[in-house]
Design a protein around this ligand. Structure first.
Ligand code: HEM
Length: 158
């Protein structure tokens, strides 16, 4: 069975040494998959109007780490509400809309999903069975489907 804490640790494929959990079979610190797959995403994370000069600077910032926590809080909420995901509809639709406003492209949500699956696979090894992969993939797709609705909606709509 997959440990929810491991999922938290793995999102974006970033894990600090002291975050390692027994159910992770290998060190996933080197897997900064998100920016390997789509390096230009780094420019969308700017805080206090300042862009990060490179990926490394972004990865070591507290704001970016906070964003990872935000993503994981959403994933966590989806896991907790697995049987009633529609209760998150309004929140996720708004979240999608907010991401469009900060310049995130619809396709980039897929990149986060790929990084998530890649990191889980790297961290969990054989424990990340095809069934587990399929389950996480479906869960993440359900979240993104709801976010996409807000992304696509006319921003002038209430
Ligand atoms: C596709 C790549 C993504 C980029 C470039 C991105 C970027 C951002 C930026 C720039 C912000 C505003 C600053 C901040 O709060 O850090 C933000 C907020 C946020 N993001 Fe993302 N994001 C991405 C994907 C996601 C995904 C997939 C989720 C959830 C599954 C997510 C969850 C959140 C949350 C919860 C917030 C806070 C919203 C609020 O303050 O109301 N992000 N994101």
């Amino acid at each position: 069975m997959l440990c929810r804490r491991t999922l938290r640790i793995c999102v974006y494929g970033i894990a600090e040494e002291n975050d390692k959990h027994p159910c992770m079979t290998s060190d996933s610190k080197e897997h900064w998959r998100l920016f390997q797959l789509e390096p230009e995403l780094v420019f969308l994370f700017h805080y206090n109007s300042a862009e990060f000069s490179d990926v490394q600077e972004c990865l070591s910032s507290t704001e970016f780490m906070d964003h990872i926590r935000k993503v994981m809080t959403v994933i966590d909420a989806a896991v907790v509400n697995l049987d009633s995901l529609s209760s998150l509809d309004e929140y996720l639709t708004n979240l999608g809309r907010k991401h469009r406003a900060v310049g995130v492209k619809l396709e980039s949500f897929k990149t986060v999903g790929e990084s998530l699956l890649f990191a889980l696979e790297s961290g969990l090894g054989d424990a990340f069975t095809p069934d587990a992969r399929d389950a996480w993939s479906q869960l993440y797709s359900s979240v993104v489907r709801r976010m996409s609705r807000g992304w696509c909606r006319d921003p002038l709509e209430p």
